[in-house]
Design a protein around this ligand. Sequence first.
Ligand code: JF5
Length: 266
Amino acid sequence: MTVLAICAIIQAMLTIDIVTIFPEMFDSPFNASIIKRAREKGLVSIRAHNLRDWATDKHKTTDDTLYGGGGGMLMKPEPLFAAVEAIRGECSVPTILLTPQGRLFNQQVAQELAQESRLLFICGRYEGVDERVRQHLATDELSIGDYVLSGGEVAAMVVVDAVVRLLPGALGYEHAAAEDSHATGLLEGPHYTRPPKFRAWEVPEILTSGHHARVAAWRRRQALMRTLARRPDLLARARLDAQDRRWLAELGYNGPFAHGQIDSER
Ligand code: JF5
């Protein structure tokens, strides 16, 4: 048996539970593309639970008005606690509330979450959740960016997508996750496919030259140029070698750089 086949057998499944008042929102995105394939391969199990199943009144109420007035609605604590405690059972499960007040989600957080065996996401609606849910039920609060969504569902989809594609075996060998932008710490440079000339626009000659080392150097330089132009903040944390730093200096960037030894090879 191959090492790969053995790894495939010992790879434990990630179980993701989502608590929401709109479980049907998750049907399409989790039944397409990479997430669908990861589920079919048994790498991940994803369940979207209807919070209303844990509401106890005849109208299945999950929200209520704010104490202190001012208008607006908040998610009631009782159905959320009942749902999360029932789904968790006796297990300790990272329980993540999606909210604009959370810590900012990024590739590093995605890598951390991909190491877990279970994840539970709470999707808020309206003006948010009762403070006791944050304090005594959620173990973590994540934001996917500085904008307001109508609810946590779309944010949960973003986090689940970023995590699932990191699970070993989720991606085809066409594109290993280690090569991705943000895993390298740089933005990707320009990419081209056929035809070599489309309308007036030609593919850079270097790419069709067949000089693999020169192509690699060109791509790296393009990635550095694009990162400097669009996201110079990323350069301070990127892994850069001596050649990278020389190119950046030519472009007028002289730091800050991440500390640690300069890689002799990437
Ligand atoms: C939400 C009440 C949560 O809007 C967001 C969000 C923005 N960035 N990251 C998450 O969460 C949804 C809406 C209303 C609570």
